[in-house]
Write a protein that binds this ligand. Structure first.
Ligand code: HEC
Ligand code: HEC
Length: 344
């Protein structure tokens, strides 16, 4: 009888759990539209132990170079290899829609990722950006820095149910031209639209005080490395079209799709740090995004075409090859990029 009652209690609890998210208010398996979501306010965070950790995470995220950059006085804290800050890409403390916002990211992990060919934890994913976007070293799992960045993402995800479908996450893809990127045209767009801030040489402008940048570099020795998501043409194009010039949002892009594509090609054609062992990425080769700028490839197309397009023929070939072995998302970006909007 006791056991029966316990069983009843457990099944009642399970029933409630399947109806409500972690905060008990929002149904699980729901869709959260981040373009309409009010981000939490960092100024309202308290000084209790969790609040203090969230604030440290916010400092690390928005001022990375002065916290763990390559020039900080304490050599043991030089974990990032460049002077970028996480927020240089994840805009507004990772709250800007389609600029890889991290609101809700807490409830999306652990998750299978094609790049590792394995289930990644959120910590693995943070270290992915440390080793690639920040061209540096992985944060030790037990470090206060890792705890702080996790706490920051937990806090950014307040009120968003685990596993919710997130609209406005990742990037918003461009309508892809059917030709290769036109680099001279890309150079013209760069000079006309981007150089005023990022510099004619693309190397950015340093901050007036401390480490870090007022305008971050888009290539060169202090930029992200060739293993970073931002080194892929379609990611840069999607990001630039819906976020640049700085202040632009996805609902009112400044660049046309073809301009974003060509300027992205120009950026991708430049020199940047190289990551070792990139051949270990995407062990299931057909899951490699078609615009990945490093080999090996299994589709027979040249490294040149993988870098600059046209991508349609590669995509078609990869899907053909995948039809027999059926790996999920063959050739697609291994991230949360959304298909282009039908009308703009
Ligand atoms: C008005 C100044 C301005 C203009 C013009 C501008 N950007 Fe930016 N860009 C920024 C700033 C500032 C950031 C960093 C944002 C932050 O830290 O909050 C940034 C970040 C970026 C990033 C991510 C960070 C990095 O280092 O790679 C990319 C990519 C980028 N811009 C591309 C472009 C492209 C392409 C153009 C031209 C189409 C462009 N930007 C035009 C100011 C500008
Ligand atoms: C050069 C640009 C850049 C910088 C700098 C950068 N990231 Fe990223 N980050 C990206 C891109 C691109 C993605 C892939 C987004 C997607 O899913 O479409 C990403 C993804 C992520 C994700 C996974 C998001 C998801 O939805 O699954 C996390 C977590 C993350 N970054 C954390 C960080 C942290 C922490 C830092 C600083 C230590 C950082 N990033 C610095 C570009 C950057």
């Amino acid at each position: 009888m006791k056991q029966f009652l316990l069983l009843l209690l457990v099944s009642a609890l399970c029933a409630t759990a399947s109806l409500a998210g972690p905060d008990g208010a929002t149904p699980a398996n729901s869709t959260i539209d981040l373009t309409q979501w009010a981000p939490p306010n960092i100024a309202a965070v308290g000084d209790d132990p969790f609040g203090a950790l969230v604030k440290y995470g916010h400092a690390l995220f928005t001022d990375t170079a002065n916290e763990i950059g390559p020039t900080v006085p304490d050599a043991t804290r030089r974990l990032a290899g460049n002077n970028l800050t996480c927020q240089n890409c994840h805009l507004k403390g990772a709250t800007q829609p389609y600029a890889m916002p991290l609101m809700g990211v807490w409830g999306q992990f652990p998750q299978y990722r094609g790049r590792e060919g394995a289930v990644d934890t959120l910590e693995d994913r943070i270290n992915g950006c440390m080793e690639r976007s920040m061209n540096g070293r992985a944060l030790p799992l037990k470090s206060r820095e890792m705890a702080a960045l996790s706490a920051y993402m937990r806090w950014l995800s307040t009120g968003i149910p685990d596993g919710a479908k997130l609209v406005g996450a990742g990037t918003l893809r461009i309508k892809e031209p059917t030709r290769a990127a036109d680099l001279p045209h890309g150079a013209q767009i760069f000079a006309k639209v981007c150089a005023a801030c990022h510099g004619a040489d693309g190397l950015g402008q340093r901050a007036q005080a401390g480490a870090g940048y007022q305008f971050p570099p888009l290539w060169g020795p202090d930029s992200f490395n060739n293993g970073a998501g931002m080194s892929r043409l379609l990611t840069v194009a999607a990001y630039a079209m819906h976020n640049m010039p700085f202040g632009t949002t996805f609902s009112a892009p400044v660049l046309a799709d073809v301009e974003a594509y060509d300027v992205a090609g120009y950026i991708v054609s430049q020199q940047r740090p190289r990551k070792a062992n990139l051949d270990r990425d995407f062990p299931v080769r057909l899951q490699k995004p078609i615009d990945t700028p490093y080999d090996p490839y299994v589709d027979g197309f040249s490294p040149e075409q993988h870098r600059y397009g046209p991508f349609g023929p590669i995509r078609a070939r990869v899907q053909e090859l995948a039809a027999s072995s059926r790996p999920a998302n063959a050739g697609e970006p291994d991230n949360r990029s959304a298909p282009p909007q039908p009308a703009r």
